[in-house]
Design a protein around this ligand. Sequence first.
Ligand code: COI
Length: 359
Amino acid sequence: MEPRPHPDPTPAARRRALLAEPPFGEVFTDHMVTARWTPDDGWGRAVLEPFAPLRMSPAAVGLHYGQSVFEGFKAYRRGPDRAVVFRPADHGRRLAASARRMAVPALPTDLFTAATEALVRADLDWIPEGDDRSLYLRPVVFADEPHLALRPARSYLFLLLAFPTGNFFTGGQRAVTVAVSEEYVRAAPGGTGAAKCGGNYAGSYLAQEEAARRGADQVVWLDAVERRYVEELGGMNLFFVHGEGDRAELVTPPLTGTILPGVTRDTLITLARDRGMRVSEAPVSLADWREGCARGRITEVFACGTAARVTSVGKVLTGDGAWTVGEGVPGPVAGRLSALLAAVHRGEEPDPHHWCHVV
Ligand code: COI
């Protein structure tokens, strides 16, 4: 890794003020890592350099045709000069899988890991203290070749950025409201739904705005074929809790190619199964969801993702009515899993799957 440290980093007092209430994705740390891919040399050396605007051609393929993939993962503080990065190798693997789908050259795992370690070490002071605080790491690989015929680009840029973050949803610990998109769909079979590519998110904005106008925090996507099965939210996976107490079971929609294979989704499945909880990956229809809540069979629903962590869903809005999930407040199963996950991040629970990568 070639280091080019920031000549004029953010003063400590200013940084501390920014860390007090970090808004999601608005204030970036002092550094970033860059690397370039060319057809002759493949991926070149990664450089740690000051966070700064890029200069690139207005004809870059990524701008016009969206040939771009990204990830989202987090580093947590473990004392004054140590941090852990959560499941970096799994995020590296998912970035490579998304890259394959979008005809982007995959980043070698050692480059991804070295970039992560270098950025977290350089900007360690940017990792906020506190249970719900972390440093969000955002790698992106996009086509920057100036070329507007339709073919995969012959030049790519990898960037790794970081920003301090607290809760993704504003308003503290609360159950969110979700609204079902009846008009639009996110992903069709054979499409790019399982890839973390920019277009999947841009394609969700209109539905997300409509959901927000109806008073919801997130849009619910249904399957594109039957418009019957629940897939995921605008930016997170979903879990349904059947039953209560020791008999509670989890159900989450299966990864059939139209859903993002969430790393937090996988983490929660594993944590729950490790503790003897039954978890099934099975289709859940919107009708099941409504009826399950009405009959008390579904006791909780929660969303999960790197950004959202574990967030209960309290209310569902559809074109022909609304319903409350449980009491409409954060549920105990979501609370337990969320606390367990935070304890793993803090090193207060064993980490048998070696998810925490110490930096
Ligand atoms: C994440 O959960 O990290 C995502 O990438 C989705 C988005 C809400 C930022």
